[in-house]
Design a protein. Structure first.
Length: 159
């Protein structure tokens, strides 16, 4: 069963009231990257390709059609007994953009990333709501302890 937006907000911590929706919490945009070097995915591991952070001019990212890696500004914590799913906000879809995401396992903590596919030029303001996180109850034996644990969390936040 999916949880209420209020439940999601209580597990995330510092979110604005405007981010809380009936069935989830909107995540906001921190920054945008373009990948500059190839990555590699193998049976026993992975290497993320080099990236370049795009310029944010007057608080906005001006994006041409292409694929971009976006980082969410919000600190995510997926509680035990749950799984997180992230969906694009409809305003992205209505502007010819798609946000590709992955499952967030119980125990994951960090500032996650997604793949923004841009099919028509768009301007997106830093801090704009671009995705909605929903949580569902899930049975599992363990919690997440992979290489992306605590990703993109500044040192002062992890104290």
């Amino acid at each position: 069963m999916f949880k209420s937006g209020q439940f999601v907000a209580e597990n995330l911590g510092d979110v604005r009231a405007s981010q809380v929706q009936p069935n989830g919490v909107d995540l906001t945009l921190e920054t945008v990257f373009e990948q500059t070097e190839p990555g590699r995915i193998e049976r026993g591991g992975k290497t993320v390709g080099s990236r370049r952070e795009l310029d944010c001019v007057d608080g906005c990212f001006r994006l041409s059609p292409d694929g971009y890696v976006v980082r969410y500004a919000d600190h995510i914590r997926i509680p035990e007994g749950h799984v997180g799913f992230l969906y694009p906000r409809s305003s992205l879809l209505r502007n010819s953009c798609m946000l590709d995401t992955a499952v967030w396992d119980a125990g994951y903590e960090g500032r996650g990333e997604g793949l923004l596919e841009v099919y028509h030029e768009i301007v997106i303001e830093r801090g704009a709501r671009i995705a909605q996180l929903v949580l569902a109850e899930a049975a599992h034996q363990e919690t997440y302890d992979g290489s992306y644990q605590n990703e993109n969390i500044p040192t002062d936040e992890s104290l």
